[in-house]
Design a protein around this ligand. Structure first.
Ligand code: ATR
Length: 340
């Protein structure tokens, strides 16, 4: 019977170099393995291993780097290796994994991407998507602090790509009223019809769609706005999600976008929560301007922690409940570790 060790020896998988506390061996009595395509300073092993240490559990989270093209071989061994319990799927693996998993949680199948795999008692690999739940939970927490609920609130979702699917489904599941706006309107339309079909909301107005032109109109009575487009990150790092992007990305085009966005921000109700799921050292232009204008903002960090807590809970719920440990306690340990 082959094990993950064989994949490491063969060079199919390598230990991630970051974070520096990521284990460099597979000696623990069992393991959870997040797969990533390229080394980057992720906190996952630090967050998970803090909980394992704290609770005296023998499992370790060990992040490995590999090529999504090798997933059939990798999954074959994950199924055989008795020490493999499950693990995350990072960028590059999220969509690809869907082709080779054995089972899915229904929403993950609908979203068409997973971020977490759990090995069932029968040795099958089952895919989940906790990314969107992580975001929805962090937005819910802000409403909670205000003694309000997310259910029934109008949330404007900017973008209709992969990340948007996960976030929009999780928000819809919690009863938010969605308006999905995207440069390519057909993608927003498809996402809305998927959501309405899935939740049987054909005659309901829980999810609507529009193009970027509708941003101005729709944010006027928004209770929350979330950017899930790539505006504000990567090549589009200079641009705000509240206005269209003109390319190439140069000073003049960025200035035009930012000044248009500044006009839009003035029309947003002052109690609206403005969020961006981008994870970065600096605030995105959307969040920076929202903060300057006095809005409550939410960056990608609470989402990452919450999606980790959800995944941890999926895997270890039974033993945690036996030990009398709550989800909140797991969240608190992960939060501390993420800040360390
Ligand atoms: P992810 O998985 O991160 O969501 P994606 O699936 O490629 O990435 O989706 C990218 C999102 O950013 C989409 O909503 C995309 O809009 P289109 O569907 O119209 O492509 C949006 N986006 C990317 N470049 C953009 C641009 N220049 N202007 C406006 N929106 C853009």
């Amino acid at each position: 019977m082959k094990t993950v060790e064989d994949l490491v020896v063969k060079g199919t998988l390598k230990f991630a170099r970051e974070p520096k506390d990521n284990p460099d061996n597979l000696d623990s009595s069992n393991y959870v393995i997040p797969l990533i395509e390229h080394d980057y300073p992720a906190k996952t092993p630090v967050m998970w291993n803090a909980v394992y240490n704290n609770l005296g559990l023998p499992t370790r989270n060990i992040m490995l780097v590999g090529n999504p093209g090798n997933l059939p071989d990798i999954f074959d061994i994950f199924r055989q290796d008795l020490k493999y319990l499950g693990g995350g799927a990072g960028v590059g693996f999220k969509d690809e994994a869907v082709r080779y998993l054995d089972e899915f949680e229904p929403i993950a199948k609908e979203i068409g991407a997973i971020n977490f795999i759990l090995k069932t008692n029968e040795g099958k690999l089952k895919g989940f998507n906790t990314d969107g739940i992580g975001y929805a939970q962090s937005l819910e927490e802000v409403f909670d602090q205000r003694k309000q609920v997310l259910r029934g609130k109008k949330v404007v979702v900017l973008g209709a790509g992969g990340a948007s699917n996960a976030v929009a489904f999780a928000l819809a599941e919690r009863g938010a009223k969605l308006v999905i706006l995207n440069r390519t309107i057909e993608k927003a339309e498809n996402l809305v019809s998927k959501i309405n079909n899935y939740f049987n909301l054909i005659n309901d107005d829980q999810a609507r769609f529009g193009s970027e032109d509708a941003i101005v109109e729709e944010v006027r009575d928004a209770e929350a706005i979330v950017n899930v487009s790539t505006k504000g990150s990567g090549e589009l790092a200079g641009y705000s999600a509240l206005a269209p992007v003109n390319l190439p990305s140069n000073e003049e085009n960025i200035r035009k976008n930012l000044s248009q966005a500044l006009e839009v921000i003035k029309t947003i109700p002052e109690h609206a929560i403005i969020s961006d799921i981008v994870l970065g050292k600096e605030l995105t232009p959307l969040l920076k301007s929202a903060k300057e204008a006095g809005f409550e903002i939410l960056d990608g960090i609470p989402m990452v922690i919450n999606q980790g807590v959800e995944a941890f809970w999926l895997l270890h719920q039974k033993e945690l409940m036996e030990k009398g440990i709550s989800k909140d306690e797991v969240a608190e340990i992960m939060r501390k570790a993420a800040r360390s």
